[in-house]
Structures are given as structure tokens and as C-alpha cells.
Design a protein around this ligand. Structure first.
Ligand SMILES: Cc1cc2nc3c(=O)[nH]c(=O)nc-3n(C[C@H](O)[C@H](O)[C@H](O)COP(=O)(O)OP(=O)(O)OC[C@H]3O[C@@H](n4cnc5c(N)ncnc54)[C@H](O)[C@@H]3O)c2cc1C
Length: 404
């Protein structure tokens, strides 16, 4: 599709906030900001691909978990659950707004070593202190609850069946866009190709169609292209596209019960997906790829994924792949965590980037946090500053031990 055929022009020459990228994160920010009674500015979202065909949002597995190792990531997901459960009322009790489905099958982290078992035990203590329903299960307990696993070599499991599993994030995305528009947010089909910065202030953006638009604040919500967008302003952010595989398969003999989102020691994950099953993993050589490179190396199924799932769940010896895709993580190479908030010096350049594998579940907290920051100059409901840009500038990773 040629941009010239679908391009749309801005209504104004100047906006208070321009958001680059209108997918999950950009639309969350647009909606939260447009809902904030203390923000009265004009918001423009520039999205180069209104079909959203290639963005991370279109390839997600849309799961949410509280099994993280850092307090802030747990709290971010807990707000995600609160938001999605109260979605209708959050969106003004509009009778047309649907409830958001949440299938709480829980994640099941399986430890194959004592070291990882210790990490899971420590994580569970923190999660439980913050109110999560995580429990540590011995192999016997796992076998009793989920008799389909082969637990040879497993030291323990960490499982949380409360408010953890699949949620219908795409419906949330859809309604954020609709409601943001109803609130006056302008969505433009166009591409930001240049950013004018004078000393430590962003002044304007240039669109592919040629217009220059002034802005009070710019938000980088451009997913895997985050570093290209930052680069237009002479800034850096350590985010690159990395391939992630997803396979949907049917089992000749379906399991007698729900398969939790199981994180196998091999690095392969699998779970129930309606009447089917879903699984995936990173490639063995996990490297940056071209933004347009969605090549699916099918040998990964034969050589890595199938052996791993059939070892862990013997019933998966006889399965048939019915769908597969490759999506890109916007991979933060420093610490795989979100980068949220202003640049350390260029204060009106706001990052909302680097979500790696957890941007869907974090989108409510990120939208709320960025809208607070733009409106009040600070995070209010939840202090997200540990995930701020300063750690990037100082090359100090904010380590999260539970990364998928
Ligand atoms: C296989 C896979 C599984 C995942 N599973 C989960 C999961 O289970 N749970 C979870 O929480 N997260 C998951 N994620 C991560 C989650 O999907 C992402 O973090 C999230 O979708 C990122 O949204 P985004 O809006 O930041 O980026 P994107 O969805 O990539 O959107 C960025 C947008 O910016 C636009 N854009 C870029 N540059 C410009 C420009 N210059 N001008 C205009 N527009 C521009 C692009 O067209 C695109 O639409 C998964 C991701 C993948 C790939």
C-alpha cells in the first residue's frame, strides 16, 4: 500500500501533544490523556499504517501475569487487571462497550535447577506480599492438579491462577481508539519523518506528506521503530526488533483440563488456546532483525518446539500445527523493561518504548502514567520513575528476573 493513497492531513498547524505511533501504547496514552479532566490540550496521533498489520500489537499473545520479580512490574500488571476488569465503567459505562475477557489459567514457571527454584521462591514471597495469588508447588502437587505433565527433572513450579492468563487486549485497543477519537483526539494516517529540536526542546515534527506541525510535547510510541524516532531528534534509545515465534496446534488427544501458560526450562512456552494450544519461543540466535523481516524458520518447530512440548506433555506427541506467525518484540537491549517518561535533558520528548514481551499487559498503567506526567509533570497513582530514561543515560539496568 502506498502512503500517498491513504495519507491524511492534520487539521491544525500546532498541537499540545503529538504521539508517534497509534497502536496499543500510543492509543492507551491518547485515551488516558483525553480523559484527564486536568488536560485541555489538543492531541494528535500519527500512525503510518492504519491496518496495524506489522506492528507488535498485531502479533501479540495478549497474556497478563503478576509473576514478576520487581515490585513495580507486579504493580503495573495489577493495575492492568483492575483496569480490564472494570473496563466498562472506566469507559464511562457506555452500554456498547463490552466486558474484557480474562481467562485466568495462570502461568506455570517450571524450575529445572535449584538456582532457578530459589529465584522463583524469592519472587513468590514478593508477589504474595503485594497480594498476588502465586503459590510454589512441589512436583507431586503439580502432578495432582495437572496430571498431563511429565515432571522428570522438575524441582518445583510457581503458579498463580488468580487474575493471570489471557485477556482480550485487542478489544481494549479498539475501544481506546474509538473513545479517544470521540474525546477529540485526531488520528492521522501519515508518517513522522523528521523532528525539529532546538537545543533541549522539541519544536515540531515533519510528516511524510510534507507538513511541519508544532508541538508542545512529543511521545515516542513507535514500537520497534523507537530508536529511529528518537534518532530523528538526535537522541538514542536501546530498542531493536527481535523475532518471536508463535504456533497454534491441535492435539489428537486433547488434554483433560486446562494447560496453564507453562514456561518450560527449555525456553519454550505453551498454553491452552480455546480448543487448541499455543506455544512459542525466541530463536536460538536472538538478534536484531530488519523491521520488515518476518521470515518464519519452520525448522524451529521440528527441532526445538515440538521436542520440548512433547517431552513435557507426552500427549503432545501427536499434534498438528494449524497456524503460525512471527512477530517482533521491541526489545530493550539494556534490561528488557519499559522505558517510560521524559528524556533526561530534552524534557518534552517522552519515551513509551522497549516493552519487549510485556507491553500489552502494561498498556493501561503506561497510558495512565504518561498522561499524568504530561499533565502534572510527575507520575501520581504509581511512581514509574524506576523505569525512566535516566537509567538508560547512565547505563544502569533495572533488572527483571522473570522475562519471557
Ligand atoms: C509474539 C509476541 C507475543 C507477545 N505476547 C505478549 C503477551 O502475552 N503479553 C504482553 O503483555 N505483551 C506481549 N507482547 C508484547 C506486546 O504485544 C507489545 O509490547 C505491544 O504490542 C507494543 O505496542 P506498541 O504500541 O508499543 O508498539 P507497536 O504495536 O509495534 O506499534 C507501534 C506503531 O508505531 C507506528 N509507527 C512507527 N514509526 C512511526 C512513524 N515514524 N510515524 C508514524 N507511525 C509510526 C507503527 O506503524 C506501529 O503501528 C508480545 C509481542 C509479540 C511480538
Amino acid at each position: 500500500m502506498k502512503l500517498a493513497a491513504i495519507v491524511s492531513q492534520p487539521k491544525h498547524a500546532s498541537y499540545d501533544v503529538i504521539i508517534v505511533g497509534g497502536a496499543m501504547i500510543g492509543s492507551s496514552i491518547a485515551w488516558f490523556l483525553s480523559e484527564n479532566k486536568d488536560f485541555n490540550g489538543r492531541i494528535l496521533v500519527v500512525e503510518k499504517d492504519p491496518t496495524y498489520e506489522w506492528c507488535s500489537t498485531a502479533h501479540t499473545n495478549s497474556c497478563i501475569r503478576q509473576q514478576f520479580s520487581t515490585e513495580i512490574n507486579i504493580q503495573i500488571s495489577q493495575y492492568g487487571v483492575e483496569f480490564l476488569k472494570g473496563f466498562k465503567s472506566m469507559l464511562g459505562d457506555d452500554p456498547e462497550v463490552p466486558d474484557i475477557q480474562l481467562h485466568s489459567f495462570g502461568y506455570m514457571y517450571l524450575a529445572g535447577t535449584q538456582d532457578f527454584a530459589t529465584i522463583l521462591r524469592d519472587n513468590q514471597k514478593l508477589q504474595a506480599r503485594l497480594g498476588a495469588g502465586t503459590t510454589i508447588m512441589t512436583p507431586d502437587e503439580i502432578a495432582q492438579a495437572y496430571p498431563f505433565y511429565n515432571l522428570e527433572g522438575i524441582v518445583l513450579g510457581s503458579h498463580n491462577p488468580v487474575d493471570e492468563g489471557y485477556f482480550d487486549g485487542n478489544t481494549m485497543f479498539d475501544w481506546w481508539r474509538r473513545k479517544a477519537r470521540q474525546n477529540g483526539v485526531e488520528y492521522l494516517t501519515n508518517e513522522v519523518v523528521a523532528i525539529e529540536r532546538i537545543e533541549n526542546r522539541i519544536e515540531s515534527v515533519k510528516l511524510k506528506s510534507g507538513e511541519k506541525i508544532s508541538t508542545g510535547t512529543i511521545v515516542n510510541a513507535s514500537g520497534t521503530r523507537a530508536s529511529i524516532t528518537a534518532g530523528m531528534a538526535g537522541l538514542e534509545v536501546p530498542v531493536e526488533p527481535r523475532r518471536r515465534y508463535t504456533f497454534i496446534f491441535d492435539a489428537q488427544t486433547p488434554l483433560n483440563g486446562t494447560l496453564p501458560l507453562t514456561i518450560d526450562p527449555s525456553g519454550v512456552h505453551m498454553r491452552t488456546d480455546g480448543q487448541y494450544y499455543m506455544c512459542g519461543c525466541p530463536p536460538d540466535e536472538d538478534e536484531s532483525v530488519d523491521h520488515d523481516d518476518f521470515y518464519c524458520d519452520h525448522s524451529i518447530w521440528e527441532e526445538k518446539i515440538w521436542p520440548a512440548i512433547a517431552t513435557r506433555v507426552p500427549a503432545f506427541e501427536a499434534v498438528k500445527v494449524i497456524n503460525s506467525w512471527v512477530g517482533h518484540y521491541a526489545y530493550n537491549t539494556l534490561d528488557q523493561n519499559a522505558i517510560i517518561g521524559p528524556h533526561s535533558e530534552v524534557k518534552n520528548f517522552i519515551f513509551a518504548n522497549g516493552f519487549s514481551g510485556h507491553g500489552f499487559q502494561q498498556s493501561p498503567a503506561m497510558g495512565r502514567g504518561v498522561s499524568e506526567f504530561i499533565t502534572y509533570g510527575e507520575f501520581r497513582e504509581l511512581d514509574l520513575s524506576a523505569l525512566g530514561y535516566d537509567r538508560i543515560a547512565q547505563n544502569k539496568p533495572f533488572l527483571e528476573k522473570a522475562v519471557i
